[in-house]
Design a protein around this ligand. Sequence first.
Ligand code: SIN
Length: 292
Amino acid sequence: MSTRVHTTERLTVSPAGGSAGAYVTGVDLSKANDAEEIAGIRRALLDHLVVALPDQKLSLDDLERFTDALGGRDITPFVRPIEGRPHVIRILKEPHEKLNFANAWHTDLSYLDAPPSFTVLYCLETPSIGGDTVWANQYMAFETLSAGLRDTLLGLNAVHSAGPAYGTGGYLDGVKDKMSTKIEPSKDAYKEQVHPAVIAHAETAKPALYLNPVYTQRIAGWSKAESDGLLGYVFRHSVNENFTWRLKWAKGTLAIWDNRCTQHFALNDYHGQRREMVRTSVKGSKPKAARA
Ligand code: SIN
């Protein structure tokens, strides 16, 4: 990962963390962005995994247009979208609420056959302190395992499902009335999807761990006890502080992250304050194994 500020005629990419994260300035996303700007943002994402563009003034039309330019908007299952905007969800915690959305390490929608490549999150309101988001670099998580465990994981597949989180009778069904983010539990969430434990990133081809504690249920073909043992270790290792970058939001910041090589976690440390975001997903492809 480059630590140098990279400036083109059109945009500046300033690395913000040693393991992930960069600020991109010089682009106004409220205007239709040309191919050079979109390519510059995509390049920054491939290099830094998460990018933040401060001081954007966006309508929902702008957000949708930008999402399309990045690769096409996709739906987010099991969260009710904004009225008339089937691809945009609102993530909201009101001052009286105690629970927030995404307060656990995860990779967005890994339970789908073709999970989103990128997630786009735009900040409408943020607490004066707290409410940061943290990302962990999953290339690093893989590289820093022993050769023996890397070799084992390269031969494994894992079963993903949204059931325990979004299924009827699942965790969020039990607490949905305490959250302003509109959760829509469904029996369909229990559907299972198998993905390689280590994927080859669809654009960089680099190997990345693709196991996360919210959606990865077990190693395919292993008993629950065996699986829990290995996954417990890998889940802890994957989010080692050394692999992380933490963003402090401000109103108007838009962040984009690459779900093919990161996990993320939304902190819940701002009780009594309001935080409001809107989110879209960019279409992705079926993850491919790092070992063909
Ligand atoms: C998410 O996981 O999409 C939400 C992240 C956040 O609210 O910071």
